[in-house]
Design a protein around this ligand. Structure first.
Ligand SMILES: NC(=O)c1ccc[n+]([C@@H]2O[C@H](COP(=O)([O-])OP(=O)(O)OC[C@H]3O[C@@H](n4cnc5c(N)ncnc54)[C@H](O)[C@@H]3O)[C@@H](O)[C@H]2O)c1
Length: 353
């Protein structure tokens, strides 16, 4: 838990002076304002904060007064703080463009993992409604309920139990979403599966077809359905396809030709849609994660390989489950307005070697 405060009404209490080289630390320099009152738990005390800045050989001392008490914001897995209109209005234009205020977002595969965490960050960045499409009904219902509750019941969260391979189910679900929330502004397709450690020479054909169908055909069906609705409504939109670094490199040591081929297909699909739909003001970009620490990789058979993956990653770790959040919000926001057809590799440096 940490406290957020609003620092207001900065007033200069000491004028600009010279000789900063000999200035003592500001605590002893200002000789003032030490709030010794006990702090109320979870609240920011009304106080004054001495500050000093050194620039161009000059010193400027300032006192910042905190003129209101703000409830401390608890940030954690169980709390999602929606971006309020009040806070949005105080943001600078650059930060407003980096938000997704009032946008309706669909996230496939949002019942858990990377999709679920991107959903959380989209709400914190201003999304006004969150819609999850996922093939796991029990987890989906539970996740939607938890997410809604985590927002203090402020943001509507809807769950549709659909398999993205089923284009008709996707169309029906989207029709229901449009009826209630209008045409969505953002689609993030995170649903996907992985099969690893299968040599190409013995790859079972049904398994091959299943994976391609989910990762590639499913990405297309969802993007096509949402894109069609955006085009019909004349609405600009952002479509984000979660691909993988495996779409650009071949992983080591595990053999997984089908997964790699599926994600290469997703990247090329993203570029193709971006080129076709730019005229409709619809942007399509890919996020390509490296090795992430999610349930997808949480299988004992991969434990030994994880050690190798980390050793081959310059940052020396797997990605955290929320490590895509910032880039997802950026791609969904107007801050990336001139960006389409890109593939952002977020891998702790793995593909550098
Ligand atoms: N975890 C990684 O290391 C990693 C690395 C690169 C790319 N990715 C990609 O990121 C995406 C999310 O991965 P994750 O680690 O969060 O996985 P995850 O298994 O934790 O979550 C995936 C979600 O997608 C859902 N899903 C699976 N098949 C579906 C289908 N046919 N229709 C609808 N929903 C379906 C699952 O029910 C699950 O909730 C996937 O596309 C994956 O390929 C993951």
């Amino acid at each position: 838990m940490f406290a957020r405060s609003i620092l207001r009404g900065a007033r200069t209490v000491s004028t600009v002076g010279r000789s900063t080289r000999f200035a003592r630390p500001f605590a002893s320099n200002t000789g003032s304002v030490t709030d010794t009152r006990p702090r109320e738990a979870g609240l920011v005390s009304k106080s004054e904060v001495p500050a000093v800045s050194y620039a161009d050989g000059e010193v400027q001392r300032t006192t910042l007064s905190i003129d209101e008490k703000i409830e401390a914001t608890e940030v954690g897995a169980d709390k999602v703080t929606p971006l309020s209109r009040e806070v949005y209005n105080k943001m600078t234009p650059s930060l407003q463009r980096m938000s997704i205020m009032d946008k309706v977002v669909i996230i496939t595969g949002g019942a858990r993992g990377l999709g679920n965490h991107m959903a959380r960050s989209c709400i914190e960045a201003g999304a006004k409604a969150m819609i999850i499409f996922d093939a796991n009904p029990e987890l989906g219902v539970q996740s939607a309920a938890e997410l809604h509750e985590a927002t203090g019941s402020k943001i509507p969260v809807e769950f549709f139990g659909i398999d993205i391979r089923n284009a008709t189910a996707v169309e029906n679900a989207l029709a229901a979403v449009i009826q209630k929330h209008g045409v969505p502004d953002v689609l993030i397709n995170s649903a996907g599966i992985a099969d690893s450690n299968i040599p190409a020479e013995t790859y079972d054909h049904d398994m091959w077809r299943r994976l391609i169908d989910i990762n590639l055909s499913g990405s297309f069906f969802v993007a096509q359905t949402v894109g069609k609705a955006m085009i019909a409504a004349g609405k600009p939109g952002s479509i984000i396809l979660v691909a993988s670094m495996s779409g650009s490199i071949v992983n080591y040591p595990q053999e997984q030709s089908c997964y790699n081929a599926s994600k290469a297909g997703v990247i090329q699909l993203g570029k193709s849609l971006a080129a076709e739909w730019a005229k409709y003001n619809i942007r399509v970009n890919c996020i390509s994660p490296g090795y992430m620490d999610t349930a997808l990789n949480n299988v004992p058979a991969l434990d030994a390989q994880k050690v190798i993956w980390k050793s081959m990653t310059p940052q020396g770790r797997l990605g955290a489950v929320d490590d895509l959040n910032g880039v997802a919000v950026f791609l969904a926001s107007d801050a990336s307005a001139f960006m389409t057809g890109s593939n952002l590799i977020i891998d702790g440096g793995y593909t550098l070697y």
